[in-house]
Design a binder for this molecule. Structure first.
Ligand code: DHK
Length: 148
């Protein structure tokens, strides 16, 4: 029996260029590939998803706020906003369901400014360095967390 509410999968700035930008770091899969793989797995797990990407902080905040009433959980790759955004952490703190943070690359192995993520202070789980497969790992974990 599928969970009634969808899992929001939110992607921050520059992830629209996935597959094209720095493939040695982020891989060759496009964001469309990731969205398709997530949709396939979600169906298998009996979950529904809403998959979004924006380069704009306020748009990400708006989607997180929508999830307060419309979402069962949030999987978020805030990308560069991980390291800068108080607005995103405030919005996530106003969301009561489970939150899983995903980074395609291992942010701890990279430049020092990427080592701190504001979002990690709210996230129930963090996946980093597993490539785009991290989204699928997050969905499997989300399945357990929403008790579906
Ligand atoms: C993606 C980005 O765009 C960077 O700004 C982050 C993250 C890391 C990722 O690994 O998915 O620092």
């Amino acid at each position: 029996m599928p969970v009634a509410k969808p899992i929001f999968i939110l992607n921050g700035p520059n992830l629209n260029l996935l597959g094209l930008r720095q493939p040695e770091i982020y891989g060759r899969a496009t964001l469309e590939d990731v969205a398709e793989d997530c949709a396939t797995l979600a169906e298998e797990l009996g979950l529904t998803i809403r998959f979004h990407q924006s380069n704009h902080e306020g748009q990400l905040v708006d989607w997180i706020q929508s999830a307060r009433s419309e979402g069962a959980g949030i999987i978020i790759n805030p990308a560069a906003y991980s390291h800068t955004s108080v607005a995103i952490i405030d919005a996530l703190n106003a969301f009561e369901g489970p939150v899983i943070e995903v980074h395609i690359s291992n942010i701890h192995k990279r430049e020092a400014f990427r080592h701190h993520s504001y979002v990690s202070a709210r996230a129930d789980g963090v996946i980093a360095g597993c490539g785009t497969e991290g989204y699928l790992l997050a969905l499997r974990r989300m399945k357990t967390m929403v008790g579906a």
